[in-house]
Design a protein. Structure first.
Lengths: 223, 396
C-alpha cells in the first residue's frame, strides 16, 4: 500500500536574510499509522505541520499526499485536497461560538461539496464517535476545554480524511483532560484512522507507537 | 484532478450573516449610513412624485376649462383697459358657460384707520361679480359671499391670504375693516383659489359699492370664463377679439391650469439638493461599511485560517466577505426604503395627497445599496482572500 504522506528532502526558507525552518526532512506515513512529531519550540515543527497540511509550499523537495505531488497542484486544487483528504485539529480549537456544535462539525464538510442534510447527519455521527452525541445543540461556550477539543476532532474526522493532523491538541488542556483526548485519539487509531500529532512534550509523544523527533529543521530520530 | 466544490447560495447567505449576527450593534450602526442615504433619496422622490400627483389631482378637480382674460398693455407700454362690455360680449360665445369679472381699484384696505397707510400688507381691493367663487373654483370658508344687496353697500369679503395677513380668522356681526377711507362690514372669508391666486390676496367688494365709495371706474381688469371642456381651445382663440374688438392685442388670455400643470411637472431645484445630500450620505455609508469590513477581516483572521484549512479556496473567502458587505448594505437599504416610504405616506396623507412612490425610487434605492455594498466590500474581501492560511492561523 502506498504512503498517505511522503516527504522527500523538504526544505523551507523564510525571509531575507534567509532563515531555514526545514533543512531537508524526509519521512513517510503509512495508512492506519499513528505517529507523533516531537521537538522543542523553534525546531520547525509548526512549519512542518503547515507544509504537511499543504497550507504552505516547501521551498524545495517533494511533498506527496495520497500519492499526489503537491507542487503540481494550483492553489484551488490544493484547497480541494485539504477539503477531502486532510483533517486539522488545532491547539486553540477554533470553534464558532455562536453556532451549535453540530453546525461547527458540519462546517467541516462545507467545502467538500456535501449537501446540507448529509452534512448534519454526518456531523451527528462524528459527534457520537467523540462522545458528544447527546449534546448536538450545545454551543462551545457551554462546554469544557476537553469537550471543545472533542468537537474540533469531530470536525476534523467528519470528512473521513486520509490523515488527521493535530497541532498540540492538548496544549490548552490540563493533564487529566489531555489524557482523555489522547485516549480518544488512540481509540480512533484503533478504528483505522491515520493520525499525526505534533507536540513539544516528551510524555505525550511517548504514547504513540512511532515518534519522529525534529531539531533545528532536521529529523534527528525516527523510531 | 479533483474539482473545487461549489458552495450553495444558502450557505453563502448563512456565512455572510454570521458576522452581522454576532456583532449586531456594529452592523446596525454601519448600515445606518446607507439607510439614511437611501431613505433621503426615496423620500425626496416619493414626496415630489406624491406632491405632483396631488397637484394634478387638484387641478383635475378644479377643472381645466377655466380661462382668464386680463387687461394687457397698449403699444406705448401703458396699462390697457378692458371695455365694460367685455363680460357681456364673452358670455355670448356659444360654448362659454360662466363669466365672472373683477376690477382693480386704487384703494387699500387696513384692519383699522390707526394703521399707517404704508402697511398695505400687499393686499389689493377688487370689485367682484356675484358668482365669482364658484367660477374660479373656491368656496366660502366663513360667512357668505356678496349678494345683490350687499354689493351696493360698504361690505367686503376677504380672500384666504388677505384674511390671514389681516389676522382675521372668523366673522362676527358688526366686524369692520377700513377700506379706502370708509368702514366696510365683513361678510365672509373665502378658501384658497388654486387656479386664481390673485383673488387670495384681495379684499372683494361689490361693483356698485366700489364705484360709490372707492372711486372705481367700472372697467373690469380680469374676466374669468368657464367653457365646455372640449371647446376650450376654440374659445381661447376668440376671447381677445371678443373682449376688446378694437384692440385685441391689448388683451392677455391665459389658461391657469396649463401653467400649474407645467409647474407641477417641472422638478424643483430643491429636489436636486436633497438627492445630492442623499448621495453624499450613501457615500459616507459606503466608507463606513468598508471600514467595518476591514476591521472584521483583521478580527476574524483565525476564522479565515480555519476555513482555508477546511478546504476553502481564496475565491470562497472572497465571496464570503463580499456577500457579508452586500448583505449589510442591503439591510441598510431595505430599512432606508421603508423609512422613506413611511415618511412619504405620513407627509402625503397629512397633505391629503395620493401616495405615490415611483419604482425608480425604491428599486433604485435598493440597487444603489447593493452596488455600494459590493464596492465597499471589494477591498476587504480581496484582503481576506490574500491572507495566507498560515499567517491567518497565527494567533495574536
Amino acid at each position: 500500500m502506498s504512503a498517505v504522506l511522503e516527504l522527500d528532502r523538504v526544505t523551507k526558507r523564510y525571509g531575507e536574510p534567509p532563515v531555514w525552518a526545514l533543512r531537508g526532512v524526509s519521512f513517510s506515513i503509512q495508512p492506519g499509522e499513528s505517529a507523533a512529531i516531537m521537538g522543542p519550540s523553534g525546531s520547525g515543527k509548526s512549519t512542518l505541520l503547515h507544509v504537511l497540511g499543504t497550507l504552505e509550499r516547501p521551498t524545495d523537495g517533494r511533498v506527496s499526499i495520497t500519492g499526489i505531488d503537491v507542487a503540481e497542484l494550483p492553489d484551488r486544487e490544493l484547497a480541494a485536497l485539504r477539503a477531502t483528504t486532510i483533517g486539522f485539529v488545532f491547539q486553540q480549537f477554533f470553534l464558532a461560538e455562536h453556532a451549535s456544535i453540530q453546525e461547527n462539525v458540519a462546517d467541516g464538510l462545507l467545502y467538500a461539496g456535501v449537501r446540507v442534510a448529509e452534512r448534519r447527519e454526518r456531523a451527528r455521527d462524528a459527534l457520537s464517535r467523540v462522545g458528544l452525541g447527546d449534546r448536538l445543540d450545545a454551543r462551545p461556550p457551554q462546554l469544557s476545554g476537553g469537550e471543545r477539543q472533542r468537537v474540533a476532532i469531530a470536525r476534523a474526522l467528519v470528512g473521513r480524511p486520509s490523515i488527521m493532523l493535530a497541532d498540540e491538541p492538548t496544549g490548552n488542556l490540563d493533564s487529566a483532560t489531555g489524557g482523555q483526548i489522547l485516549a480518544l485519539l488512540d481509540e480512533l487509531h484503533a478504528d483505522g484512522a491515520t493520525i499525526l500529532v505534533i507536540t513539544h512534550e516528551h510524555e505525550i509523544a511517548e504514547r504513540f507507537p512511532r515518534q519522529i523527533t525534529v531539531r533545528d529543521g532536521r529529523v534527528v530520530s525516527d523510531a | 484532478m479533483r474539482s473545487v466544490a461549489r458552495v450553495a447560495l444558502s450557505d453563502v447567505v448563512r456565512m455572510a450573516s454570521v458576522g452581522l449576527r454576532t456583532r449586531r450593534l456594529r452592523a446596525a450602526l454601519s448600515a445606518l449610513g446607507i439607510a439614511i442615504g437611501v431613505a433621503a433619496i426615496v423620500a425626496v422622490l416619493g414626496l415630489s412624485s406624491s406632491s405632483q400627483a396631488g397637484l394634478l389631482a387638484e387641478i383635475d378637480r378644479l377643472g381645466t376649462n377655466l380661462l382668464t382674460v386680463t387687461n394687457g398693455q397698449t403699444l406705448f407700454g401703458d396699462t390697457a383697459e378692458l371695455p365694460t362690455t367685455a363680460p357681456g360680449m364673452i358670455a355670448r360665445i356659444g360654448p362659454v358657460t360662466e363669466v365672472q369679472e373683477t376690477g382693480s381699484t386704487s384703494a387699500s384696505a387696513y384692519r383699522s384707520p390707526l394703521i399707517p397707510s404704508v402697511n398695505t400688507n400687499g393686499l389689493s381691493v377688487q370689485a367682484a361679480s356675484l358668482e365669482l367663487p364658484s367660477t374660479v373654483g373656491c368656496a366660502v370658508a366663513q360667512g357668505r359671499f356678496l349678494n345683490a344687496a350687499t354689493s351696493r353697500l360698504p361690505v367686503a369679503v376677504l380672500g384666504a391670504a388677505a384674511a390671514e395677513r389681516m389676522g382675521i380668522d372668523r366673522i362676527y356681526e358688526g366686524e369692520r375693516i377700513w377700506v379706502g377711507g370708509h368702514w366696510f362690514y365683513l361678510a365672509g372669508i373665502l378658501t384658497p383659489a388654486v387656479l386664481a391666486p390673485e383673488i387670495d390676496s384681495s379684499v372683494l367688494v361689490g361693483f356698485p359699492a366700489a364705484e360709490k365709495y372707492l372711486g372705481f371706474d367700472g372697467h373690469p381688469t380680469t374676466v374669468y370664463v368657464r367653457a365646455a371642456t372640449s371647446q376650450v381651445a376654440a374659445v381661447q382663440s376668440v376671447l381677445a377679439a371678443t373682449a376688446n374688438p378694437e384692440a385685441p392685442n391689448e388683451v392677455d388670455v391665459s389658461q391657469p391650469s396649463a401653467a400649474l400643470t407645467a409647474r407641477a411637472e417641472a422638478e424643483s431645484a430643491l429636489n436636486g439638493l436633497f438627492l445630492g445630500l442623499g448621495a453624499v450620505s450613501l457615500l459616507v455609508g459606503a466608507v463606513g461599511v468598508a471600514n467595518i469590513m476591514l476591521i472584521s477581516v483583521l478580527e476574524r483572521r483565525s476564522e479565515i485560517g480555519l476555513r482555508r484549512s477546511l478546504g476553502a479556496t481564496r475565491a470562497h473567502i472572497r465571496l464570503q466577505f463580499l456577500a457579508e458587505a452586500v448583505l449589510l448594505a442591503v439591510l441598510g437599504g431595505a430599512v432606508g426604503v421603508a423609512a422613506g416610504v413611511v415618511a412619504t405616506v405620513i407627509y402625503a396623507s397629512n397633505r391629503g395627497w395620493a401616495v405615490s412612490v415611483p419604482l425608480l425610487a425604491w428599486a433604485g434605492g435598493l440597487g444603489a445599496a447593493i452596488v455600494i455594498g459590493a464596492g465597499a466590500g471589494l477591498l476587504p474581501a480581496i484582503r481576506a482572500a490574500r491572507l495566507s492560511p498560515t499567517e491567518a492561523l497565527r494567533t495574536v
